[in-house]
Design a protein around this ligand. Structure first.
Ligand SMILES: [Zn+2]
Length: 71
């Protein structure tokens, strides 16, 4: 009767830069594909500092037009 054998595994990911598995992965990029679901690129804490920050996709892409002629 062993029911308590399952231990919650920490989310271990492989760093895309140094290819070392890390228990504290940092999302450095999210690749979107048209043919299927995208994948997330992880990096370790040390390598994540070398990656540029994620672009904020929530910001509006519309430039603030001063003159809006709406007819
Ligand atoms: Zn790394």
């Amino acid at each position: 009767m062993g029911t308590g054998d399952k231990e919650p595994r920490p989310p271990v990911r492989m760093c895309v830069r140094c290819e070392v598995t890390t228990e504290t992965p940092v999302v450095v990029a999210v690749v979107h594909q048209n043919t299927g679901p995208g994948f997330v690129v992880y990096a370790c804490q040390a390598c994540a500092a070398h990656y540029p920050p994620q672009p904020n996709v929530l910001t509006g892409l519309r430039p603030s037009g001063q003159a809006e002629d709406e007819r």
